[in-house]
Write a protein that binds this ligand. Structure first.
Ligand code: GAR
Length: 193
């Protein structure tokens, strides 16, 4: 059984997909806790499943490094095998990444290396891309630059809005994330920094 702490910032539909998968006793992943950088709506999914939550807000700290140290100690309290960034929208400092690497993964709504950063879906539409998708990757010290674990392509439909495209990407993303976690648990995917 692979144990995980999941970090979110928003609605947590990817988190919800993982939690729904864990209802199947054959699914080899257990979510120990869910953390956020704000009182994110998605924390409600964890509460529904009776899973511990923690919120560590950057505004309450003098520096990003001090914030990340407290975030890390909240995570380490649960001693997870893996930390999953599932819509966590803050960039993490190098010391945080080093402490968890390579057992820190992220899901990102583009086919990296295209469209890294916080506005991947908007950027793909603005660039006139006809296809984009999702990438799940190991986190390194760059922004969305770590080794890829899996990708899925999603066509960009003419005239669709950022919201419409992102919702279609998330449908693919949820399945891919649930599958990648299973493959990590079953050692079919190896994590390398
Ligand atoms: C997901 O599409 C995830 O890839 C993206 O935020 C969304 C969160 O959705 N993350 C990033 O853009 C990170 N750069 P959710 O809260 O419904 O799971």
């Amino acid at each position: 059984m692979l144990s995980a702490v999941v970090l979110i910032s928003g609605g947590g539909s990817n988190l919800r997909a993982i939690l729904d998968a864990t209802k199947n006793p054959m699914y080899p992943v257990k979510v120990l806790a869910v953390g956020a950088d704000k009182p994110a709506d998605g924390l409600a999914h964890a509460e529904l499943f009776g899973i511990s939550t923690f919120v560590v807000e950057p505004d309450r700290f003098d520096s990003r490094e001090a914030w990340a140290r407290v975030l890390l100690s909240n995570i380490q309290h649960f001693e997870p095998d893996l930390v999953v960034l599932a819509g966590f929208m803050k960039i993490l400092p190098a010391d945080f990444v080093k402490a968890l690497s390579p057992r820190l993964i992220n899901t990102h709504p583009s086919l990296l290396p295209n469209f890294p950063g916080a506005h991947a879906v908007r950027d793909a539409i603005a660039a006139g891309a006809t296809s984009t998708g999702v990438t799940i990757h190991v986190v390194d010290e760059g922004v969305d630059t770590g080794p890829h674990l899996a990708q899925s392509e999603v066509a960009v439909l003419p005239g669709e809005t950022e919201h419409q495209l992102h919702e279609r990407i998330k449908v693919v993303e949820r399945d891919l994330l649930v599958s990648v976690l299973q493959q990590i648990a079953e050692q079919k995917i190896t994590l390398n920094a």
